[in-house]
Design a protein around this ligand. Sequence first.
Ligand code: SAH
Length: 344
Amino acid sequence: MQNILDLSLKELKEWMISNNENAFRAKQVFDWLYKGIWDFKDMKNINTGTIYKLNDYFYIGIPKLIEKYTSKDGTIKLLAAYKDGNIVECVVMKYQYGNSICVSTQVGCRMGCKFCASTIEGRIRDLTSGEILSQILLAESVIRERISNVVLMGSGEPMDNFHNVIKFIDLVTSSEGLNIGQRHITLSTCGIVPKIYELADMKYQITLAISLHAVDDVKRKEIMPIANKYTIKDLLDACNYYTKITNRRITFEYALVKDVNDSAEEAEKLSSLLKNILCHVNLIPINEIKEKVFKKSSLKSVDKFLTILKNNGIEATIRREMGSDINAACGQLRRSYIESQRYE
Ligand code: SAH
């Protein structure tokens, strides 16, 4: 059995034709799926014979909603389980200009960043394109509103699941699918350099976000194992290439950790590293997770860091903390759920 959400419209049309069905049925089925009808028999314009065949070949891989948490600021966090029991989380943030979702791309993660909850037990498995997409469909049905922005910033490293992530981007941007504009999609990576070049050459208009988090290789290696493989220089060269090919501005994420990477000298160094790059810096006061010793920078240090960047002509903002009262940081919710099950 195959998850029908993994198919593109073209693939479903081909399936229809090879099963002696009219190709236009594919679009009808797609429309139902994207409208939240997740049982073939409820697809009113599809006849019984076709439904029979569809049921024989496909299942509709919407994960089961396990928990829904709503934060005081309106952020909603969903915990959902796939058929095989693996659990992912996604976060819906409501902004004035529309709803934004943060999706997971893998169950767990193998990148090993020291401050991150997703990576604690490594990568369990990759998610397929349809499984990533299904997080959006599930969320839309829960909030009963459309989602207009997608950030690939949940659990997992998108560049470590490249093929599925690209197929996912094609599915969500398709005018016959969710029709979300490429510019409304952000892919965040810890910096797998060759994949940044590959993505650039595909010429998508998506925003690339880089988790930088340190200004020198020694410090970066201490907190992000990927830095043992690629230097900051390699990474920034790849970013410049991405901008050259796509004309897109890069977002740099910099999680501020008390006494680790939040000094004034580091703000100066970051400014000089980025001065010739078309970019925006997102400062993230780190979310403290109970498994790790890292502490959040003081408000004073965060402000000082921001002021230095701005004085040096670097565009920067502090990421609004959303949903921190509901464990909305990367991988935290899945972990607390798994732990609560363990101790039951
Ligand atoms: N693997 C990708 C995307 C998922 S992580 C990446 O590394 O970019 C999404 C963002 O959350 C990254 O910038 C990551 O470094 C950051 N992050 C992880 N744990 C965090 C924490 N405890 N507090 C703040 N940001 C965190």
